[in-house]
Design a protein. Sequence first.
Length: 84
Amino acid sequence: MAVRISYAKKKLNKSSSNLVLFVDEKFNVSGFEKDLSKSEYSYISELLKSNDLKKKLLVFEVNSKKKLFLFQSKKILKTQMLKI
């Protein structure tokens, strides 16, 4: 399955329902610190410490209306985020 990524220079709407984050092989999320709220960022960081990082896709339920998908990619030029 192919994924088309459109880049935009505008900031993301913080109330979006789902996010897809394209991260490196070590699930490094430090590039998203500006785009996520402090509580979301710390929640994700803590979850990554206790999860199996051998998977290529991790899904977290941040709250009842928001899911976060972390997709591991070997060839990432820069940190990428999609709002879906």
